[in-house]
Design a protein around this ligand. Structure first.
Ligand code: BGC
Length: 748
């Protein structure tokens, strides 16, 4: 309490206490005004008054200091007033190990190993917003326990190309899915009094050239594809911080971007939180001051972090900013707006005495990690019911592949974790299948996961191959556990993949294994789509992602049938790279030419492209098999004609017709076949995941506001609704509908 007394001293203890005690209520309120909300509003006003009070006591220098880093992951407080420092940490999948004060090295603490949650592609694949909330609240608890005020995640950059090295940190290719999943994650984190920081705003859809690539994209694609998840994070998730991206958009760096930050984020969406740079994404003091940046982190320009005694004072938003303020070139009101936002963030986090204490490494968090992992794994192929494998059977299983034992919480860049526990696939399988004899060999090898460079593989490829073939030939079944990894030019920050293929000779190895044993199941550990020249020859394929602390147990849950797979792909697997929209228009569209890039496919990203161009994907968005079967019938809408403010209610019966309990994700896509403008054939507008026991039937509903049928009309710079006929495709993948419903929308 000492610290609080300090803060309260100057501006009225009683008022602050009243505000703070009620503060948790303020954080979540969203419904129509009622008595409680009225009082929340009053309290909110009191907080704003307190902010003004503090603001009046701060010197110009103190205010400027609050706008930039004092170390790699913290900003200074104001010691004389008891205003605390702000501490931040990566990232989206767990709280990162402590980093040194002034360089990127790990600090070597012994109390910072944590629960590693599955990567966000896996979370998105659950299509389960409730689970996203559990993920966020568990992660927020860990962040709180580690004394972090801001968690640098989640990431919602859209999956545009399968080469993007950071796709694993994001929520897939569909703006609606990402929006639905990001909101509960944020709410879960923030209920702990820890700010989520949604990133990277905006258009950081590739790692290659991320520091300077200048993206051009239509307003329509910006609003329909690339911004909705950020908008949902702000308007529905009430996120308290947003991280700007490294890249440029239409000639200006995104972290201080007049249109993106001032007009859209802080203007149209009324974001009242803090805009933080990515680490080193500020480039200009005037722009940073005027175009919405509130906090500058990680700047290392001109050798600042190495050549000067206090590099932080030389940040764009430090002394150069102070000088501009003193000379009147930038009005003080600009600074005050930043400091107000920073103080607001503090009242929500480290100046809120009601926030919980947090918890870390407890069983509940491991359970959440395991549930997300097993619910997110996607069964892509299951010939002759190859899976599940019977845990009571004696059998010899050759587990081939480096990813059977490789740590996947290490590497990958800023999302790297120091997991207290990481159960490998091999270990998980050994524990769950005690009667089976597991043989294991790498089959191929790659170098360690170091950042920014590729290290050579330590072993001789041919010897590994020979050993794998010998092992495969004497096994009853082969589980090939491969995919990508967290090394540079794989699924890793700072670089993109070079092609769609499996790396390290895995395709050839699989081809040779199939010559000696046809009973092969492939487990792909990756955050990205890969090509599969062996798709027709193998018996089973499971997309198992980067699954965190409980990876091996979750895999065993699925392979044993303890958990029936219910994950659905959050992005399309194209057969070849050029079949992906971003790669269909040459270099100008990816990776760009001489720093300039144009997203030539416009709104036709992912399945929107495949459907429109009639390019059959290898595996479509929304697809995933189960060990049971579902029958969906009686699909209907509540009426056939709707006004623009109405909601379409689609009801259906679903029956589990198989012998195992399971879950299905029923998905509704909208199309406007006679549209006057170019529109995707289908766009996801609703989904519902249902758990059903064997033989069980349920009736369920999906509600879709007609307003979500709007498109972004560039002529009026606003959303517009086309009246007329719409088709609703109710199915279980972007290319599979059980039923198509026709409805009409009346003109206003
Ligand atoms: C990444 C961010 C991360 C930051 C701090 C940057 O390189 O792009 O996502 O939060 O570093 O580690």
């Amino acid at each position: 309490m000492k610290r609080i007394d300090h803060i309260c001293g100057p501006f009225g203890f009683r008022m602050l206490l009243a505000v703070l005690l009620a503060f948790p209520l303020l954080l979540t309120s969203q419904r129509a005004p009622n008595e409680k909300q009225e009082s929340n509003l009053t309290q909110m006003k009191e907080i704003e008054a307190s902010i003004e009070d503090i603001l009046g006591q701060l010197t110009l220098e103190e205010k400027v200091a609050m706008c930039h880093a004092q170390s790699k992951f913290s900003t200074p407080g104001v010691a004389r007033l008891g205003i605390p420092e702000i501490w931040m940490s990566d990232g989206p999948h767990g709280v990162r190990g402590e980093i040194n004060w002034d360089n990127w090295g790990y600090a070597g603490w012994t109390n910072d190993s944590i629960t590693a949650f599955p990567a966000l592609t896996c979370l998105a694949a659950t299509f389960n917003p409730g689970l996203s909330h559990a993920y966020g609240s568990s992660l927020g608890e860990e962040a709180r326990y580690r004394k972090k005020d801001v968690l640098l995640g989640p990431g919602v950059n859209i999956y545009r190309t399968p080469l993007n090295g950071r796709n694993f940190e994001y929520m897939g290719e569909d703006p609606f899915l990402a929006s639905e999943m990001v909101v509960p994650y944020i709410q879960g984190v923030q209920q702990n009094g820890v700010a989520a920081c949604v990133k990277h705003f905006a258009l950081n859809n590739q790692e290659k050239w991320r520091n300077y690539v200048d993206v051009k994209v239509s307003d329509r694609a910006l609003h329909e594809i690339y911004l909705p998840a950020f908008k949902a994070a702000v308007e529905k998730g009430n996120v308290w911080a947003v991280m700007g991206s490294y890249n440029k958009f239409r000639g200006q760096y995104c972290s201080h971007h007049e249109f993106l930050v001032n007009t859209i984020l802080k203007g149209d969406w009324a974001f009242d939180g803090v805009v933080i740079t990515d680490w080193g994404s500020a480039h200009d003091t005037r722009e940073a001051a005027l175009y919405g940046l509130d906090m500058e982190m990680g700047t290392g320009t001109d050798g600042l972090t190495t050549t000067l005694t206090n590099a932080y004072d030389n940040y764009y938003l430090a002394n150069p900013f102070l000088e501009m303020l003193k000379s009147g070139e930038v009005p003080e009101e600009v600074l005050d707006d930043k400091v107000r936002r920073i103080l607001r963030l503090m009242f929500r986090t480290n100046m809120n005495p009601d926030r919980g204490m947090g918890r870390m490494n407890n069983q509940e968090h491991l359970d959440v990690a395991r549930k997300v992992a097993s619910e997110g794994m996607v069964l892509l192929k299951n010939q002759g019911q190859f899976f599940p494998l019977d845990p009571d059977k004696e059998m010899t299983v050759a587990v081939i592949g480096e990813n059977a034992t490789r740590s996947m919480t290490q590497g990958g860049g800023s999302s790297e974790l120091k997991a207290r526990v990481e159960v490998s696939p091999l270990e998980g399988l050994r524990q769950r299948f005690p009667k089976a004899t597991f043989l294991h060999t790498l089959g191929y090898s790659s170098g360690p996961s170091v950042y920014g460079r590729v290290e050579p593989a330590p072993y001789d490829a041919d010897s590994l191959r020979q050993e794998a073939l010998a092992m495969a030939s004497k096994a009853d079944k082969v589980l090939f556990i491969g995919g990508l990894n967290k090394s540079h030019l794989q699924d890793c920050e700072g670089g993109d993949r070079e092609n769609l293929r499996l790396p390290f000779g895995q395709d050839n190895l699989l081809r040779d294994i199939l010559k000696v044993n046809q009973e092969v199941g492939v487990i792909l550990i990756s955050g990205n789509a890969v090509s599969m020249p062996w798709v027709d020859q193998v018996q089973g394929i499971l997309q198992a992602w980067y699954a965190g602390s409980m990876a091996g147990h979750a895999l065993a849950d699925i392979l044993s049938g303890d958990v029936n797979p219910s994950g659905k792909l959050p992005f399309t697997f194209p057969e070849t790279l050029v079949e992906n929209a971003a790669h269909s228009f040459g270099e100008a569209s990816y990776p760009g030419i001489k720093k300039d890039q144009e997203y030539k496919e416009g709104i036709f990203v992912g399945y929107r492209w495949h459907e429109t161009q009639k390019i059959k994907p290898l595996f479509p968005f929304g697809f995933g098999l189960s060990y049971t079967d579902f029958k969906v019938s009686q699909v209907k809408t509540n009426t056939k004609k709707y006004g623009s403010n109405d909601t379409v209610t689609i009801s259906f019966d679903i029956e589990n017709t198989g012998a195992r309990a399971g879950a299905e994700v029923v998905q509704v896509y909208m199309g406007k076949p006679d549209s006057k403008i170019a529109r995707p054939i289908r766009e996801l507008k609703g989904f519902h995941k249902l758990d059903l026991k064997p033989g069980e039937s349920q009736t369920a509903e999906i509600r879709i506001p007609v307003s979500s049928f709007r498109y972004y009309n560039e002529d009026i710079s606003d959303w517009a609704l086309e009246p007329g006929d719409y088709s609703l495709y109710v199915g279980n993948a972007s290319d599979h509908a059980y039923s198509t419903l026709e409805i009409a929308v009346r003109p206003d």
